[in-house]
Design a protein around this ligand. Structure first.
Ligand code: ZN
Length: 131
């Protein structure tokens, strides 16, 4: 069985159809199953990676991502958002001695944030949001 690569538009349309019926999808794996089922035709099967699917879902205006995570290594340097690959915003705080200290990193695109103990995303929940 060969898998076809769906276009971004195909995936967006599939997401629209799915979230008309279901308002919460509890994992990326489940969403992937729903989308590939939605795209499937009589003689074509589609394959989409979880990461690609997640990024397309983030870009829609009707899906909100809930990121569950576990604690990671405080020494790890994050150069990009581990969820959507966007650049992270440093949220700085002034110390009582007048210096600056970075306390948090935030992603403005998907809502991921982390403090000193780098949060490692472990599960994604997709919510339907009304426009
Ligand atoms: Zn992000």
């Amino acid at each position: 069985m060969t898998y076809h690569i769906p276009s971004e538009e195909n995936i967006q349309n599939a997401l629209v159809n799915i979230f008309k019926k279901i308002h919460i999808v509890n994992s990326q794996k489940e969403l992937k199953k729903l989308v590939t089922n939605e795209l499937k035709t009589k003689n074509k099967n589609y394959g989409v990676s979880g990461k690609r699917l997640r990024n397309i879902a983030i870009q829609t205006d009707f899906i909100k991502l809930d990121i569950h995570s576990r604690e990671g290594d405080p020494k790890k340097i994050l150069s990009k958002c581990p969820v959507c690959d966007s650049s992270l915003n440093r949220v700085k705080n002034l110390t009582i001695w007048g210096g600056e200290v970075t306390i948090e990193f935030r992603c403005l695109k998907c809502g991921y944030w982390t403090g000193k103990k780098k949060r490692i995303p472990s599960r994604y929940i997709f919510h339907f949001i009304k426009k």
